[in-house]
Ligand binder design. Structure first.
Ligand code: ACO
Length: 359
């Protein structure tokens, strides 16, 4: 068999070449066609929490940046919130439920363990018999969904994919545990991802998902969990009394890894595009803690004005946080078509990821 002499270039050589490629070399497969969100109307302020646990408005604001969060009223379930966000995204994309080829729902607070919340969304939307499934990647669930949807569109298998991040955390938070109950809120965000179709900005830059990078590290699985209700600790009276069905978190462990990994997730997603942090218009980070966001943004060298924030009003809505923030920012006129947005998230698992999109 004939042999071919292939020069073996050292890895740094390829990295150096990659960095010289202009962003125009990237051909996105998919693009966000519409966004939507839903926040329940009940507002629970820090002052409300002062009456429930030993805490203070000052402590919560200084340590987390949160002033208030939204709570879903009795009778509203996860799929209701997800459906409301999805309807709004469909309207923005000018599409019908029957145009959806797949439904992906990132959530750790499903309607029930089985079937998937995604099929209830499908039922409530009146979408056709497209595949519908849930993704469990906690706060990174939306980025995981976006990345998976992008691959399906890239392969040509699917056209329009509904990606939702939704959480009803108020039902799984221990309202007697001040170390967790002050952090979380309820809500849903959704995007419709469709073919990029060669769309460009007015100055000729390609619009769409420019890169995604998703990762998990099971070594830290015990840092954040709802330990009961599965095969390890099936639901029982004893498990309920021990509050095994509620959120258990080692806050400082998560804090340390979040600071490090939010930075690396964004940096790695940027590296895949050949762009640097100063070339993005906005950072749209998961809203877990204002201090975590500030540390990561400082390390990236991104000024505060470029960092989108709503944690003060909605708290940590886990997988819903990025799509809610993105939709709010678009609808308020802050973020425009053609803007480049870097998204990054970290949550239980631990799972984390970054995505660079041009709207
Ligand atoms: N009010 C008043 N005091 C409190 C409260 C509260 N709500 N909560 C804790 N404290 C006390 C602690 O008991 C401790 O007191 P001590 O010094 O007497 O022991 C003191 O405040 C300091 O506690 P720390 O845990 O050191 O506080 P820290 O500054 O680390 O803030 C926090 C805690 C906000 C939880 C932070 O660690 C954090 O944000 N961690 C990350 C959480 C996160 O990002 N989760 C994301 C994933 S969520 C998901 O995937 C679903």
């Amino acid at each position: 068999m004939p042999t071919v002499d292939v020069p073996i270039y050292p890895r740094p050589f390829f990295c150096a070449v990659l960095k010289t490629l202009p962003p125009l070399m990237i051909t996105p497969a998919s693009r966000i066609l519409g966004t939507g969100h839903y926040l329940p109307s009940i507002v629970r302020t820090n002052l409300d929490l002062e009456r429930m646990v030993e805490t203070s408005d000052e402590w919560i604001r200084e340590r987390t940046g949160i002033r208030e969060r939204r709570i879903a009223p009795e009778g509203i379930v996860t799929s209701d919130m997800a459906t409301a966000a999805a309807k709004s995204a469909l309207e923005a994309a000018e599409l019908k439920p029957s145009d959806i080829d797949m439904i992906l729902v990132g959530t750790v607070t499903p309607d029930m363990p089985m079937p998937a919340t995604a099929v209830y969304v499908q039922q409530k939307l009146g979408a056709g018999s497209c595949p519908a499934m849930d993704l469990s990647a906690a706060c990174a669930g939306f980025i995981f969904g976006l990345s998976i949807a992008d691959q399906f569109i890239r392969s040509g298998t699917m056209k329009n994919i509904l990606v939702i991040g939704v959480e009803l955390l108020s039902r799984v938070v221990n309202w007697e545990d001040r170390t967790t109950c002050v952090l979380f809120g309820d809500g849903a965000g959704a995007v419709i991802l469709g073919p990029a179709g060669g769309a460009t900005t007015t100055d000729g830059k390609p619009r769409g998902v420019l890169s995604t990078k998703i990762q998990s590290d099971g070594a830290l699985a015990q840092s954040l969990m709802i330990p009961g209700g599965g095969s390890v600790t099936p639901m029982s009276l004893e498990a309920l009394e021990l509050k095994r069905h509620k959120v258990h978190m080692k806050g400082q462990d998560i804090f340390k890894v979040a600071v490090k990994n939010l930075y690396s997730a964004t940096k790695e997603a940027l590296d895949l595009t050949g762009m640097t942090a100063d070339q993005v218009d906005w950072i749209c980070p998961h809203q877990a803690n204002l201090r975590i966001i500030d540390f990561a943004a400082t390390r990236l060298g991104v000024p505060k004005e470029k960092v989108l924030i709503n944690i003060d009003r909605v708290g940590n809505t886990s997988s819903a946080s990025i799509p809610i923030l993105l939709d709010e920012s678009i609808r308020s006129g802050k973020v425009h078509a053609g803007d480049t947005v870097a998204m990054c998230a970290l949550g239980a698992g631990i799972s984390w990821g970054g995505a660079i999109i041009r709207l």
